[in-house]
Design a binder for this molecule. Structure first.
Ligand SMILES: *Cc1c(COP(=O)(O)O)cnc(C)c1O
Length: 354
């Protein structure tokens, strides 16, 4: 039996898993809601997506995703306010970026209404899955992969678009100790670093594992040519505060255009926090640490919003960040989460009510 919401067909799950979920003790991205949005590209066009039960899917062993890695994703969250209303944060930017990634990976671009109307229908069907507890949210993972068959090394003729969701608790990474990478690279000029391509993560796991074995939690990626310029913190954009100025690198082929990053820059501008978007060298950061002008470093991304860095390692020396009052990181995190959860007004127009 099926129904419809905003022209999106709904096939309901026969039973719900929700009574098995402990909403007071949610981890991140480990339990999945009852439904998912499923769309298919075939015969040269994206077919209308449907809301269907969340369940395993079947693929042919020759599906090109397995061989050639044509796979992209997005990440965003849905929040409940005190009245039980649901909000997203800048979801059109996720849709636009999905298509920027799609283009680079030769994946057909997805129409806006498939993403937005499909997501809205999914959230209405799984409304009960959106956590109400402060700090918790529904993590939303849209992704597209090559489900078409054949060993020929060329773009597939069929693709699958899925949005799966996972109720998640406050993402707390702790105080991060990071290693400034001097050997491996996450991305290169002309490459796919600006895209949310699955393979970018696969390439990060091994160098990150080496850093973990040395006692760090994350790698700070540097430019692939000289390893002298700081680019990203793991899978987050990076901000550095020297004295009172907040600095982040310019987006490029190699640096992902994070929605959290650009929101931070807009808030900094509106609150007269001095900021610069420019290349930051490792030498400058080490010098600033030595002379006491380095005040903060933090990663910025949807999952944690802001992850403070407590120390960084560079060429066998560790440098500690000071503990400071009035941290920009804490202030910006509160500003963003208050907007996301409808606790403050939203002069930027970022909130999107479902
Ligand atoms: C997703 C991602 C980010 C953060 O982007 P947001 O839109 O803020 O979540 C930063 N860097 C990389 C490499 C990413 O994949």
């Amino acid at each position: 039996m099926s129904t419809e919401i905003n022209n999106i067909e709904i096939q309901k799950a026969t039973t719900s898993k929700i009574s098995n979920v402990d909403f007071d003790n949610l981890s991140f991205g480990k339990v999945f809601s009852d439904h998912m949005l499923l769309g298919v590209y075939k015969e040269g066009k994206w077919q209308a997506p449907k809301v269907v039960p969340y369940e395993p899917i079947t693929l042919d062993p020759s599906a090109k995703i397995f061989h050639y890695g044509q796979s992209i994703f997005e990440g965003l969250k849905a929040y409940k306010d005190a009245n039980g209303d649901t909000f997203l944060f800048r979801p059109l930017d996720n849709w636009k970026r999905l298509n920027i990634s799609a283009k680079r990976l030769s994946i057909p671009e997805l129409p806006e209404e498939h993403f937005i109307e499909g997501l809205k229908a999914l959230l209405q069907v799984d409304d009960e899955w959106i956590p109400k507890k402060d700090g918790s949210s529904l993590y939303i993972r849209p992704f597209i992969f090559a489900s078409g068959n054949g060993f020929h090394a060329s773009p597939a003729d069929e693709y699958t678009f899925i949005i799966a969701t996972a109720p998640s608790g406050a993402y707390f990474s702790g105080q991060l100790k990071v290693l400034i990478e001097q050997t491996y690279s996450r991305s290169a000029n002309g490459g796919v670093g600006f895209a949310k391509a699955g393979g970018n993560y696969a390439g990060q796991f091994y160098p990150t594992q080496l850093a973990v074995e040395k006692g760090y939690q994350q790698v700070i990626w540097t430019d692939d040519t000289t390893h002298e310029y700081i680019e990203e913190a793991g899978a987050m954009n990076i901000f550095i505060r020297i004295n009172d100025t907040l600095i982040t690198g310019p987006t490029s082929d190699r640096i992902l255009d994070g929605i959290t990053r650009k929101s931070i820059l807009e808030i900094a501008k509106s609150e007269n926090i001095p900021f610069e978007v420019r290349k930051i060298s490792v030498t400058e950061v080490v010098e600033a640490s030595k002379n006491g002008s380095l005040k903060e470093m933090f990663g910025a991304g949807t999952a944690a919003v802001i992850s403070p860095i407590s120390a960084f390692g560079y060429k066998d020396t560790d440098y500690d960040l000071p503990k400071i009052a009035n941290s920009y990181g804490e202030r910006l995190k509160k500003r963003i989460t208050d907007i996301q959860t409808n606790k403050s007004d939203d002069s930027f127009g970022w909130r999107y009510k479902i």
